[in-house]
Write a protein that binds this ligand. Structure first.
Ligand code: TRP
Length: 448
């Protein structure tokens, strides 16, 4: 496997993995999920899930990838036997479905960048106008499909560039800039008149508001936001050098991601309340609120352009990591060249992308279990496939391949580099806590 790409440094890996984690999930999905699930209650469960089980689940996945040095299906099969093969395929199916709707939102971002550049973003005069403007924008069947295609093509283009030159270089420069811009926007948002109510809505821990739906949404979003459960981290793990301390890197990635989600919430929620909008708006929330915030800022157009550009890049670093497992599979298993693999995946992805793009009024589509195709793809992946797959990775490493797991967690023999108590708790979490939590939450949602 000498031609297999590798990260050039620890920081390169951390930023690439954080780049995968931090994307539309934090900035688009977190605020609207929190808004629909009671704000403080959702944040509480989300943070508990991420810090309690997320880190261990991420390590299980990274370790699988680095141990086997192959794509997701091969790794699942090698370590998990026949059951592993099933989960390997499940992970690729999940990747496929997520990418389809992810690229639709990526397309919105491209579109909003265009609107920011042309100034059309600021046409509406009141909050109802911003909402209407967004609804009209996403209901246009031609534009939504076209923008989806543009975003998908951008993803494939970067991917074809390979590991070091493509993914790593882009992440390294741009993630820090995005962070700075988030902070700036928060300052504007929380100083709007009436913003405090939104801050409280998000930050006040609301234990009474925790329902089975909040639990499953928060758990599903924890997996989604950490890019867990379908081989993205597994694939990234396979490019990590053996002498690297993965535990430390994973901790960094998890912290950066959850900080980013909270920051995005702090950027959106106060503005939602200040402008009298609805926190339960759903997938459009970020795209309706932000233009209003920009309009209320001096130099708003410039910041809007910068912001949507960076959001686009954050989305790209994530969609790259979604495509990478599929591309890696074609390369490792079927001997495709990188460029050819990227093109094939791109073309196939167009098919599930069409119903996802037209779910917002672009066409009269049948509903699946009472949801639009978009909503269905979103919830079945986040709330079922990702947690199941993450659990499989935990069980496979925690029980079936424990010696291998320990070997990956410790830097090398003699055991060094990592605090042993921590390794023990990671292992215990993978063996008992994470599978337990996932079974209980999935069960509660089947029953209630
Ligand atoms: N975590 C990314 C986000 O929050 C989305 C993502 C990228 C993802 N790769 C993934 C989700 C793998 C699940 C699995 O935007």
């Amino acid at each position: 496997m000498s031609e297999r790409g590798q990260w050039s440094s620890r920081i390169g890996f951390v930023l690439a993995a954080a780049g995968s984690a931090i994307g539309l999930g934090a900035i688009w999905k977190f605020p609207y999920m929190a808004g629909m699930n009671g704000g403080g209650a959702f944040l509480l469960v989300y943070l508990a899930a991420v810090l309690g089980v997320g880190i261990s689940m991420m390590l299980a996945e990274l370790a699988m990838g680095r141990a086997v040095q192959r794509d997701a299906i091969t790794s699942f099969a090698a370590l998990g036997g026949p059951v592993g093969v099933f989960f390997g395929w499940l992970s690729l199916l999940a990747a496929f479905l997520i990418l389809a709707f992810y690229c639709v939102i990526g397309g919105w971002t491209v579109g909003y960048l265009g609107l920011a550049l042309s100034g059309g973003l600021f046409d509406p005069v009141d909050s109802a106008g911003f909402a209407r403007h967004h609804q009209e924008f996403i209901a246009d069947p031609v534009a939504s499909l076209l923008l989806f295609a543009v975003f998908l093509a951008l993803t494939a283009l970067i991917l074809a560039g390979g590991i070091k030159s493509g993914i790593e270089r882009v992440s390294k420069v741009l993630m820090p800039i995005l962070f700075g811009l988030l902070l700036l926007m928060i300052i504007r948002s929380v100083t709007l008149p009436g913003a405090m109510e939104g801050v409280l809505f998000l930050l006040r821990p609301d234990i009474g508001g925790i329902t089975p739906k909040v639990l499953i949404d928060a758990l599903g979003f924890a997996c989604f936001s950490l890019s867990l459960g379908f081989g993205a981290m597994l694939t990234y793990g396979s490019y990590v050098r053996k002498e690297e301390n993965m535990a430390k890197s994973a901790l960094w990635v998890v912290c950066l991601q959850s900080i980013c989600a909270v920051l995005a919430g702090l950027m959106i929620m106060p503005a939602v309340f200040a402008f009298g909008m609805q926190p339960t708006e759903g997938p459009g929330l970020t795209y309706i609120t932000l233009p209003a915030v920009f309009k209320a800022m001096p130099g708003g157009q410039l910041f809007a352009i910068l912001f949507f550009l960076l959001l686009l890049i954050a989305a790209l670093t994530s969609s790259i990591s979604l495509l990478e497992p599929l591309v890696a599979r074609l390369i490792d298993r079927h001997g495709f060249s990188r460029a050819k693999a990227a093109i094939v995946v791109l073309l196939v992805l167009f098919i599930p992308g069409i119903p996802a793009a037209w779910s917002f009024g672009g066409a009269d589509l049948p509903r699946i279990f009472g949801q639009s195709p978009f909503g269905f793809m979103d919830s079945i992946t986040s709330n079922l496939m990702l947690p199941l797959n993450a659990m499989a990775a935990c069980l496979i490493m925690g029980w079936r391949n424990l010696p291998l797991f320990l070997q990956e967690l410790y830097l090398r023999e003699p055991k060094q580099g990592v605090y042993p108590g921590w390794v023990r708790s990671v292992v215990a979490c993978c063996r008992f806590l994470a599978p337990g939590v996932i079974v209980v939450i999935l069960g509660a949602n089947l029953l209630f």
